[in-house]
Design a protein around this ligand. Structure first.
Ligand SMILES: Cc1cc2nc3c(=O)[nH]c(=O)nc-3n(C[C@H](O)[C@H](O)[C@H](O)COP(=O)(O)O)c2cc1C
Length: 190
């Protein structure tokens, strides 16, 4: 499947019914390339990514998911996204860019995954310290997110009512008038 950017932005969803079918390594390589080519401050490329698709690494991660994220137990592929403060620009006014650059990289990967027909669902609900320990992630790195990847599935038995609703419908977004300003802070976009 090939999509233009507008389509992949529109189609990208954080749905949760994943199929257990494995993702080929050449498809995994495409996702890695989307991360690799993304922009970063001074081209610092602060992201460090553990690509987990072997049973041992996957189990290490899956044993430390929050209860609400049990749906991710089905994921055949999980990207553990890490970064360290000192690996990207640190400028005045709290402009520490390591999470920002890494976030852009993940965003680009989510769009490429969408184009490839995959669900790529980032989560924050997990025991980061436990996973860091199990995967050997150094203490000074932040394990920011796990991106659970897989082809769309049909098993919704692990989903809460709210999660079930969001399978079908994208959760509502704020209207542009709420968090976009026209030219100056406080001039709400209308
Ligand atoms: C940083 C971050 C953390 C998230 N954490 C979780 C999570 O722990 N569990 C979950 O099911 N979804 C998680 N999500 C997915 C969001 O709930 C989802 O993106 C949001 O509801 C909008 O839905 P959409 O992506 O389908 O448009 C997370 C998304 C992001 C970007």
């Amino acid at each position: 499947m090939s999509m233009n950017v507008k389509e992949s932005v529109q189609r990208r969803r954080a749905t949760r019914a994943l199929d257990v079918r494995t993702v080929d390594v050449d498809v995994i390589a495409e996702l890695m390339e989307a991360i690799r080519l993304s922009p970063s401050c001074n081209n610092n490329q602060p992201w460090r990514v553990i690509v987990a698709y072997d049973p041992v690494s996957l189990e290490a991660i899956k044993s430390s998911l929050s209860k609400g994220n049990s749906w991710a137990l089905k994921a055949p592929l999980i990207f553990a996204i890490c970064a360290r403060l000192d690996d990207d620009c640190k400028l005045n006014d709290r402009r520490d860019y390591f999470l920002f650059s890494t976030g852009i990289a993940v965003g680009e990967m989510l769009l490429r995954a969408t184009e490839l027909g995959l669900i790529a669902h980032p989560i924050a609900g997990f025991d980061a310290l436990a996973i860091k320990e199990k995967l050997g992630i150094p203490e000074d790195h932040v394990l920011i997110t796990l991106v659970n990847c897989g082809y769309p599935g049909t098993d919704v038995s692990m989903l809460s009512e709210k999660q079930l609703i969001s399978e079908k419908e994208r959760p509502a977004r704020k209207p542009v008038g709420e968090n976009f300003f026209n030219g100056r802070w406080g001039n709400h976009w209308s």
